[in-house]
Design a protein around this ligand. Structure first.
Ligand SMILES: [Zn+2]
Length: 203
C-alpha cells in the first residue's frame, strides 16, 4: 500500500501497514484502528503491545495434540478426567474453543493446523497428519471424530484421513447433521455444534 502521498507520519504509516496484514482488516479499518490507537492513553497501548509479545513468548504447541498451550503437555492432554479412547480432529486451535464451549465433548483433540488444499498448495505433508497417524498407531484410541470444516478443503481432508485411519481398525466418524456446507467450526453456535457432535455418523 503506497501511503507516501498521505499526510501522516512514517510511524503512523508503519502501524497502518502492519494492522492491514491482519485477517479481516482492510486498509480503511487499518487506518481507523491506527488513529484509534493514537488517541488511546499510552498505558493502554502498552498493555496491548505486551499482550501481543507475551502470547508469542509464552505459548507453544502441545507436543501431543498441537493445541496452543503454556504447559507441556496441554491442560486437555494432561487431564486424567478426559476420555482417552476418543480423538476429535480439528483444523485450528480456535475450533477446540468452540467445541469445548458446548461442554458435550470429553475426549482428546488433534489440531491439524490447516486443511489439504491443492489450489493453495497445501498437501498432506504440510499439516499435522503424520503426527496424528503416529499417535493412533498402537494407542488405546477407539474412535476418531473428523471435525474439519464442512467446506471443500475440510471435506477433502476428512476423506483423506478416513482412508488412512480406517485400516488401523479405528472407528471414524464425521460431524454432520446440523452443520450446513461451508461452515467454519469456530463460527458455529453451541446448539448446532452439540447437535453435530451427538449426531456424528460413521464415515
Ligand atoms: Zn495437548
Amino acid at each position: 500500500m503506497d501511503q507516501s502521498f498521505l499526510p501522516t507520519t512514517e510511524s503512523v504509516n508503519k502501524l497502518i501497514q502492519e494492522l492491514n496484514k491482519l485477517p479481516g482488516i482492510g486498509p480503511k479499518s487499518a487506518q481507523r484502528l491506527a488513529y484509534h490507537l493514537l488517541r488511546t492513553p499510552e498505558e493502554q497501548t502498552k498493555l496491548l503491545a505486551e499482550a501481543i509479545l507475551s502470547v508469542k513468548q509464552k505459548t507453544k504447541l502441545c507436543p501431543l495434540c498441537f493445541n496452543v498451550t503454556e504447559s507441556d503437555p496441554c491442560h486437555i492432554c494432561s487431564n486424567a478426567q478426559r476420555d482417552r479412547t476418543t480423538i476429535c480432529v480439528v483444523e485450528q486451535p480456535q475450533d477446540i474453543l468452540a467445541l469445548e464451549h458446548t461442554g458435550v465433548y470429553k475426549g482428546l483433540y488433534h489440531v491439524l493446523h490447516g486443511a489439504i488444499s491443492p489450489t493453495e498448495g497445501v498437501g498432506a505433508d504440510d499439516i499435522r497428519i503424520k503426527e496424528l497417524i503416529n499417535r493412533l498407531q498402537g494407542s488405546s484410541i477407539e474412535e476418531v471424530i473428523l471435525a474439519t470444516n464442512t467446506n471443500l478443503e475440510g471435506e477433502q481432508t476428512a476423506l483423506y484421513l478416513n482412508k488412512l485411519i480406517s485400516p488401523l481398525g479405528i472407528k471414524v466418524t464425521r460431524l454432520a447433521r446440523g452443520l450446513p456446507f461451508g461452515t467454519e467450526l469456530e463460527y458455529a453456535d453451541d446448539v448446532t455444534l452439540t447437535r453435530a457432535l451427538e449426531g456424528r455418523q460413521e464415515f
